[in-house]
Ligand binder design. Structure first.
Ligand code: NAD
Ligand code: TYD
Length: 349
């Protein structure tokens, strides 16, 4: 793995992955980051790394653009693909699904075709996916790698389609692939349209904290660096043609997550009025097709690859809150961006 193509490296998880990889003693190659810089792609997420031209190259391109991606494969002698690029926000997929179909399905297909054409010197195509492809759990049970796909949203349906294509290319063409389905991530550089960063920033500004439905929906939370370590472990040691589920064994209702954020903020930056931020919690209309519960059985990656998360929610959420408090410029830049208009029109409160 000398020339790793990382797609979507300016996004939340992709940028954390590039930072992780370039600091890994076991990796001495270069990273070629291809990102289209949609509203969610922020080059500032890689500040400090973007000047390391020996080991880091950035190409602004759309993964759906076959010619541009073919040039990337040829110019940089790509031998490994780690595919993060996607449209990733469920609510946007409900409002405007087109981009999800294009990027998540056609974009993945384009990359797979190029990987197939360069198969003689391709060591791995790793596809980063989500536990949302499995649909919703009731109160009991866990998602295993063998759980049947049953996606609920245009986002999860498009990710499911891309997963099927990846596995089909493994079975049909013998493409060396691995696939990971991970639970909800949180941590630095998380775009503030997703639950955790949105709640941190709204709470700091004394704005309402919109909780969908009764707040009883359950997600399994994993600190982003633990996800990055898992992806790298799978890329290095995972069996080709296999799927690995990744999770934090950390199930929480949305309401508890929001309450914990309020309580930590009250402790470290008390509000001027002294009122608890919990008073900002506002129950709003539920998301259509809102999956009730996600929970991952990650026995396979634990047993086969010896991976375990290093952060608990208690340690990870404090690090995350500290990061947002100490990166005000990053926050301000995001806030002046296009995303704000969308968030304001979506959360008419
Ligand atoms: P993100 O939205 O923060 O970042 C996505 C990145 O992809 C952005 O930099 C964006 O500019 C880029 N991109 C989008 N369309 C592109 C295109 N057509 N061509 C090139 N680049 C494009 O997403 P994220 O949260 O970092 O998620 C990364 C991956 O991890 C996704 O595949 C997602 O499905 C998966 N995943 C996310 C989570 C999570 O909790 N965020 C959990 C499990 C899996
Ligand atoms: P989100 O961060 O969008 O991730 P996903 O939908 O991929 O799980 O949402 C996490 C949970 O939080 C989900 O159950 C929806 C809920 N949610 C809210 O209650 N309020 C919000 O403002 C947002 C963005 C999400």
């Amino acid at each position: 793995m000398k020339n790793i193509l990382v797609t979507g490296g300016c996004g939340f998880i992709g940028s954390n992955f590039i930072r992780y990889l370039l600091s890994e003693p076991g990796f001495s190659g270069r990273v070629i980051n291809v990102d289209r810089l949609t509203y969610a792609g922020n080059p500032e997420n890689l500040s400090g790394i973007d000047t390391d031209t020996d080991r880091y190259i950035f190409v602004k391109a759309d993964i759906c653009d076959r010619q541009a991606m073919s040039d990337v494969f040829d110019t940089y002698h790509i031998d490994t693909v780690s595919h993060f690029a996607a449209e990733s926000h469920v609510d946007r997929s409900i409002a405007e699904p087109d981009a999800f179909i294009k990027t998540n399905i056609l974009g993945t297909f384009t990359l797979l075709e190029l990987a197939r054409q360069h198969q003689d010197h391709l060591s791995l195509f790793h596809h980063v996916s989500t536990d949302e492809v499995y649909g919703s759990l009731g109160k009991e049970g866990y998602f295993k790698e063998t759980t049947a796909y049953d996606p609920s949203s245009p986002y999860s349906a498009s990710k499911a389609a891309s997963d099927h294509l990846v596995m089909a290319y493994s079975r049909t063409y013998g493409l060396p692939v691995t696939l990971s389905n991970c639970s909800n991530n949180y941590g630095p550089y998380h775009f503030p349209e997703k639950l955790i960063p949105l709640m941190i920033l709204n709470a700091l500004e004394g704005k309402p904290l919109p909780v969908y439905g009764d707040g009883g929906n359950i997600r399994d939370w994993l600190f982003v660096t633990d996800h990055c370590r898992a992806v790298w472990r799978i890329m290095q040691q995972g069996r080709r043609g296999q799927t690995y589920n990744i999770g934090g064994r950390c199930e929480m209702t949305n309401l508890s997550v929001v309450e914990i954020i309020c309580d930590i903020l009250d402790e470290i930056v008390p509000s001027d009025s002294g009122t608890s931020r919990r008073s900002l919690i506002t129950f709003v209309t539920d998301r259509p097709g809102h999956d009730l519960r996600y929970a991952i059985d990650c026995t396979k990656i634990e047993k086969e690859l010896g991976w375990l998360p290093q952060e608990s929610f208690k340690t990870g959420i404090r690090q995350t809150i500290d990061w947002y408090l100490t990166h005000q410029k990053w926050v301000d830049r995001i806030k002046t961006g296009e995303y704000l208009k969308w968030i304001e029109s979506h959360y008419k409160m």
